[in-house]
Design a protein around this ligand. Structure first.
Ligand code: SF4
Length: 253
């Protein structure tokens, strides 16, 4: 597979023949948000590339690895102008850790400007998360389904095990996190949600989020009904049990 066809993109080949980037590729930017980094006024950088192929992906334009729309040096210069105005920068995607050292180096530079660093991640790169953990202040991490449906949803058979490794890597840091489940009724049942919550709680996480699935497609293949999507939110017993497991639970309807 051809990864890059752009001379602006500096590349190197590692000893195993893998292509690595040494200039981070940014595919999107939100200049101001109050909701993507708890307690902080932040910008969000959307990095290109994701190893997963989730059935409900709302950022399909970001999942193929390729040159980003934004010049990373210009984004950095712009971030300098935000010092004193923003408190944090969130690395999102795609999957920001897919770009490996390029992402981690850029995180370090952004942190050196004085910003707190947030990461939205699917947990596919536990080793990279461990390598970057000292630079990152908070993560939002997706727990997409139980093991049974993880491959069906994400298209990758090792994604579930890697997610669990990432959860354990982060739990050891003692830093804050939000573990999120998007309740797509095609892949998650209410029993699954409960089991996921129990697992997340047992791993020591304090903050959990239950997100309603909003379909981005209207064709029959992707059809779910409002009742199916609402079933996770209308069940008082389920809500109470999950609420009892964490310090905070956000129900995003
Ligand atoms: S992890 Fe996120 S960006 Fe990647 S395919 Fe899934 S939904 Fe899309």
């Amino acid at each position: 597979m051809q990864l890059f066809d752009d001379r602006r993109t500096a590349r190197r080949i590692d000893e195993k023949g893998r292509v690595e980037m040494n200039t981070v590729q940014i595919g999107g930017l939100v200049s101001f948000t109050t909701i993507d980094f708890p307690g902080k006024l932040a910008a969000v950088l959307f990095l290109v590339g994701c190893p997963l192929r989730c059935a409900y992906c709302s950022n399909p334009h970001l999942i193929d690895v390729g040159p980003g729309e934004y010049d990373a040096d210009k984004v950095f210069d712009w971030l300098r102008t935000r010092i004193g105005k923003l408190e944090g920068v969130v690395f999102s995607g795609g999957e920001a850790l897919m770009q490996g050292d390029a992402t981690i180096d850029y995180m370090r530079r952004v942190r050196d400007l004085g910003f707190a660093i947030g990461l939205h991640t699917n947990g596919f790169y536990p080793e990279r998360l461990a390598a970057a953990a000292d630079l990152i202040d908070w993560i939002g991490i997706d727990y997409k389904a139980t093991k049974t449906n993880y491959e069906k949803l994400t298209g990758i058979n090792i994604a579930y095990d890697r997610l669990l490794q990432s959860l354990d890597v982060w739990a050891k840091t003692g830093k804050p996190a939000e573990v999120r489940v998007t309740c797509d009724p095609r892949y998650v049942t209410t029993d699954d949600l409960l089991n996921i919550a129990r697992d997340v709680s047992a791993r020591g996480f304090k903050n959990f989020a239950v997100q309603k699935y909003i379909p981005h497609f209207e064709d029959d293949e992707h059809k779910t009904t409002p009742a199916m999507r609402g079933a996770f939110f209308n069940n008082d017993n389920l809500r109470n049990e999950i609420n009892s497991m964490f310090e905070t639970v956000v129900w995003r309807e």
